[in-house]
Design a protein around this ligand. Structure first.
Ligand code: SAM
Ligand code: SF4
Length: 328
């Protein structure tokens, strides 16, 4: 079965699962210095519960799963989860979004467990600035992790950078330049107005068109087709080995092609990243509900998926708290 269609004829075949709200870093745009208040362990879905949801979702046509967080690699025995998800014949594409801190240690094990690809978040190439943005991270550990991931076949390794005015926008060309001599996918993601200890303001936001025009000062960009490229628009610099993507959730929102549901670490299905609507699976899972009841709740989340979001850089998304809570 291919994914279920929502009211707007979009096929929903992608589940993005946050497996923890904990993180090893404290990125200044994502969390306050002291971190966020955390769920108690018993509030977080167990691996068995997540696996059950994935099995039922795959019976409804979900083919693609991304594991995220918080930082997914800080959760114990994550490869037991990934191996079990990949054993489910329905799941064709399994990926992880990580800050890369633990990749050096886990990349090979992740690949062996069936993970296909990784996305690594990296917002500066300068050690001091990286430390400042992440409040203490060591860029060399992440760079080594990226290389181990590439060698382990978790490819294409996608490097996600959020250009923020006055913070790291002077590195946009350096990031784009990575693609000249290596086959990484470098993706620029628009900064979004999530409420995170007052860091956000609209002056820090840089629209994708502006990011792209900065990249074009290196040389012309040729559009390229990338298989399963999701919401990213991809381009290549002349003779470059890698490609450059632009993900514009705000200015050119990609809602018309949105194929995903999100599952938070405490078991809430979110039909849209920006929606307040959540469907809580935990009471059903822990109350002994039948598979049919979980099917009903998954279908409900698809049914209430909005046609599009209406946020812009002036929106106040404080109610959403941090991306680390939802699973970016
Ligand atoms: N810890 C992992 C990581 O950093 O990749 C996974 C979770 S993190 C919340 C997922 C992604 O959300 C990261 O790429 C991060 O840069 C992004 N993110 C966090 N806050 C954001 C914001 N306000 N606007 C845009 N992206 C954001
Ligand atoms: Fe942690 Fe990722 Fe948020 Fe950075 S962006 S604080 S690594 S969850």
């Amino acid at each position: 079965m291919t994914g279920l269609k929502d009211k707007f004829e979009r096929i929903i075949d992608y589940l993005r699962i946050s497996i923890t709200d904990r993180c090893s870093l404290r990125c200044i745009y994502c969390m306050p210095p002291e971190g966020l208040s955390l769920f108690e362990h018993k509030e977080i879905l167990t691996y068995e519960e997540i696996i059950k949801i994935v099995r039922i979702a795959s019976e409804l046509g979900v083919r693609k799963v991304r594991i995220t967080g918080g930082e997914p690699l800080v959760r114990k025995d994550v490869t037991l989860l990934t191996a079990s998800i990949k054993k489910n014949q329905g799941i064709e594409d399994l990926s992880i979004t990580t800050n890369g801190v633990l990749l050096e240690r886990y990349a090979e094990e992740l690949a062996r467990s069936g993970v296909d690809r990784v996305n690594v978040s990296l917002d500066s190439l300068r050690p001091e600035r990286y430390r400042e943005i992440t409040r203490g991270g060591d860029i060399n550990v992440v760079l080594r992790g990226i290389e181990v991931a590439r060698k382990a076949g978790l490819t294409p390794v996608k490097i996600n950078m959020i250009p923020i005015r006055g913070l790291n926008d002077d590195e946009i060309k350096d990031f784009a330049g990575i693609t000249l001599n290596s086959d990484y996918h470098v993706r620029f993601i628009e900064f979004m107005p999530f409420g995170t200890g007052g860091f956000w303001n609209s002056g820090k936001y840089i629209p994708c068109d502006e990011i792209k025009s900065i990249v074009e000062t290196i040389g012309p960009l040729t559009p390229v087709r990338v298989r399963k490229n999701g919401p990213s628009k991809y381009f290549r610099l002349k003779n470059a080995q890698g490609v450059i993507g632009f993900i514009s959730a705000i200015t050119h929102h990609f809602c018309e092609d949105c194929n995903r549901l999100r599952l938070t670490s405490d078991g809430k299905l979110k039909p849209c990243l920006f929606s307040e609507t959540e469907i809580d699976l935990k009471p059903a899972l822990r109350g002994g509900a039948s598979d049919d009841e979980i099917v009903r709740l998954l279908k409900l989340a698809i049914e209430v998926k909005p046609e599009r979001h209406n946020i812009n850089e002036k929106s106040d998304l404080n109610f959403l708290q941090s991306m680390s809570r939802i699973g970016g």
